[in-house]
Design a protein around this ligand. Structure first.
Ligand SMILES: C[S@@+](CC[C@H](N)C(=O)[O-])C[C@H]1O[C@@H](n2cnc3c(N)ncnc32)[C@H](O)[C@@H]1O
Length: 330
């Protein structure tokens, strides 16, 4: 059994991202306690869980308990997969119902008495207890360091445009398409989505209508060591003509309305044409993850071009921008 601790900012999107990765890697979500997911999967799922953007960490789940006493009791019977030294860390979620203040010390003492040495400053193994409705104890396998994502935020790239999504969200959009081999972003801007996709080993294809964006996206991709990319200057409403082939997956963040980024087009008309154009280059059952402002009727418009809605996630960016991230399937 495994656990995944998702982030709290877009929780439903985070859960579906995990689900998408388990559909690729094998496994399923069998329980949820607020931001803690219980997962049935084996090691084959690890490379796919390693892709996650909207999660904090994952690990082996060893104990679930309804009280501190029960947890300590069960801890004595666990075959702890501890390598070298260990320490116990507690994560208290907003719905935590237990007193966890001296839990690290108590659980540490139990595990130590079974022969494992403690090292509080540089442990080889971190034993994690997540407190929610229940207590969930396990061993952390992977921590998604926020610094990795921060390093790829818009202002850290050589070509800077303030229009970019947070890298964690870009990563989740890529994963929600369930791409295994390739991904197209037909309105790539500074290339934020493509960078996240390429770092997962996908071949990336990008389009933008403005030459400075195509140059800038290329600079950014190279800066992060990406070599397998194909970028084109062109119009996202003419993808079939531009590529003459179809794609496994598409993810994109169209412009929200300033005249410069819309390149002179009427916003909703552009969105409609882009949806049709994406449909025309998606392989059967291929998926697109796409963001639209909340006032655009994307579900209806996607239906008009035979794209099937899979999910949508709401986000309030600021006072004048509310948007949804959509996932559609051909
Ligand atoms: C919001 S930005 C994309 C930001 C990108 N996701 C990132 O993280 O850097 C939208 C981009 O769409 C481009 N664009 C606008 N109309 C287009 C069209 N018809 N075809 C292709 N690109 C277009 C704009 O030039 C702009 O760079």
């Amino acid at each position: 059994m495994l656990y995944v601790r998702i982030l709290g900012s877009l929780p439903e999107m985070a859960v579906d991202e995990v689900r998408a990765m388990l559909e690729l890697g094998g496994g399923r979500i069998t329980g949820r306690d607020y931001l803690l997911l219980r997962i049935e999967a084996d090691e084959k799922a690890f490379p796919f869980l390693d892709r996650l953007g909207l999660s904090h960490e994952y690990g082996r789940l060893l104990i679930e308990a309804d009280s501190v006493e029960e947890l300590l009791q069960k801890a004595r019977e666990v075959d702890w997969p501890i390598r070298g030294t260990f320490k116990v860390d507690t994560e208290t979620m907003a719905n935590c119902r237990h007193r966890t203040l001296d839990l690290p010390r108590k659980l540490g003492a139990v595990i130590h008495s079974m022969g494992f040495p403690v090292n509080l400053s540089k442990p080889d193994t971190v034993v994690r207890v997540h407190c929610g409705e229940r207590l969930h104890a396990g061993v952390m396998l992977r921590f998604f360091d926020p610094a990795d994502f921060e390093n790829r935020k818009a202002h850290r790239r050589p070509f800077f445009r303030p229009i970019s999504l947070h890298p964690r969200i870009s990563r989740a959009m890529v994963n929600l398409t369930k791409a295994r081999r390739e991904l197209l972003d037909p309105m790539m801007g500074a290339g934020g989505i493509l960078i996240e996709a390429a770092l997962l080993g996908l071949k990336v294809y990008g389009v933008d209508i403005r030459p400075e964006m195509v140059e800038g996206a290329e600079r950014n991709l190279r800066h992060y060591g990406v070599k397998d990319y194909e970028l084109r200057l062109g119009d996202a409403t003419e993808l079939k003509e531009l590529f003459g082939r179809s794609f496994e997956a598409v993810a994109t963040d169209p412009p929200y309305g300033t005249s410069a980024t819309l390149a002179g087009r009427r916003r909703n008309e552009l969105y409609r044409e882009v949806l049709r154009s994406i449909h025309d280059v998606l392989k059967p059952e291929g998926r697109v993850a796409i963001a639209f402002p909340a006032d655009f009727r994307a579900m209806e418009e996607a239906g008009e071009v035979d794209l099937k809605p899979i999910a949508r996630y709401y986000q309030r960016v600021h006072k004048s921008l509310e948007r949804y991230f959509y996932v559609f399937e051909r």
